[in-house]
Write a protein that binds this ligand. Structure first.
Ligand SMILES: Nc1nc2c(ncn2[C@@H]2O[C@H](COP(=O)(O)OP(=O)(O)OP(=O)(O)O)[C@@H](O)[C@H]2O)c(=O)[nH]1
Ligand SMILES: [Mg+2]
Length: 341
């Protein structure tokens, strides 16, 4: 597994493809291998950018345009289209590579769709692990997810910067933002700005709504970019806004990624054991501390297994030798690393 991790880190395309196949493989042996791989791939990694937004606003086209701009500036890029709907257009994005003049032999560009959505509209563990793989291999990772809801919330757990893509006349998004149905992104893009008048009006409406939100303390000022993925207009400005956000959060990046991993571990645990599981392990706060501890030694899927073992041991302390004498005491709540194996 060390060899594969090293090859992925070196950005070898065949290794990245192999790692992503492994990530999608649900068999126990593959899952154990993925757990090992994810630990070996941990560390700084590339800038993870989420592209979210309603169906058909041009996320895939924009991802292709951004990828091209990044390659022009000699940065390496991984593109991941997640969920069934994106997987379809992700396919066309793959087709678009030729049309957009991407060299198939380009070692610095990797495009992949994952058809594996998670339950209840959220992202699957495979999707989240795939982001980790690409971030280890490429300087920038673009993650496309469609829709408003769980997948949009989940993508935040694995990305550093979230860009919400809307299109001219996309007033419903404005309503969602105002109503708090939708979380506030880091950057907003009004795509299809080649429909000039309408794009201008939509941008003005959004700007007004955002200013009101800032004024009432419901959000921060955030960049709003008008772009056209098809003409390329505004794509450089979008890239600047994404880079600026990455620079602005540089100091907190480690903490943010760790918080994302804790949240992801908790989500996986909740999917398996529900609120009951959370109660058995002493409530949300205690569960966070258990997750913190487990994440010192493993990536989220494996950390969740550790929590599950603890849950079972708590439920049936006499269940057999494999569970040992029962759960260990809760680790102290401080910032120093705990050393429980
Ligand atoms: N006029 C115009 N059309 C665009 C632009 N960007 C994308 N489109 C078109 O909009 C349609 C949808 O684009 P996609 O990139 O597939 O949109 P998407 O958001 O990825 O769609 P889903 O993945 O299905 O949610 C396609 O026909 C694109 O050619 C743009 O900037 N201007
Ligand atoms: Mg798409």
């Amino acid at each position: 597994m060390g060899d594969l991790a090293a090859a992925v880190r070196a950005g070898e395309k065949t290794a990245v493809a192999r790692a992503l196949n492994l990530v999608e493989d649900q068999r126990p042996r593959a899952r154990a291998a993925v757990a090992e791989l994810l630990v070996a791939l941990r560390g700084a990694g590339g800038h993870r950018v989420g592209l979210t937004g309603p169906p058909g606003v041009g996320k895939s086209t924009l991802a292709a345009a951004l990828a091209r701009a990044l390659r022009d500036s000699r940065r390496t890029v991984g593109v991941l289209a997640i969920d069934p709907s994106s997987a379809r257009s992700g396919g066309s994005l793959l087709g678009d590579r030729a049309r957009m003049g991407f060299d198939p032999a380009d070692e610095g560009l990797f495009v992949r769709s994952l058809a594996t959505g998670g339950d209840r509209g959220g992202l699957s563990s495979a999707a989240l692990a795939a982001v980790d793989v690409l971030a280890a291999a490429y300087e920038v990772v673009l993650v496309e997810t469609t829709g408003v809801g769980q997948s949009e919330t989940d993508v935040r757990l694995v990305t550093d910067t979230v860009a919400l893509v809307v299109q001219p006349g996309g007033g419903d998004v404005l309503q969602f933002l105002k109503a708090g149905v939708m979380e506030i992104p880091d950057v907003i893009v009004v795509n299809k700005a080649d429909h000039e008048a309408l794009a201008q009006r939509t941008a003005a409406e959004l700007q007004g709504a955002l200013q009101t939100m800032v004024a009432v303390g419901a959000g921060e000022a955030l960049p709003l970019v008008r772009a056209s993925a098809t003409t390329g207009e505004g794509v450089a400005e979008l890239l600047e806004a994404l880079d600026a956000h990455r620079s602005a959060i540089a100091a907190e990046l480690g903490a943010r990624r760790h918080a994302g991993e804790v949240a992801w571990t908790l989500r996986l645990f909740r999917r398996l054991h529900g609120d009951h599981g959370v109660r058995v392990l002493g409530g949300e706060e205690a569960l966070r501390r258990w997750a913190d501890e487990a994440l010192a030694h493993a990536a989220p899927p494996r950390a969740c297994e550790t929590l599950s073992e603890r849950y079972l041991a708590t439920l049936c302390p006499d269940a057999g030798p494999s569970h040992g004498p029962g759960p260990a005491p809760l680790p102290p709540h401080d910032d120093t690393e705990t050393s429980t194996p």
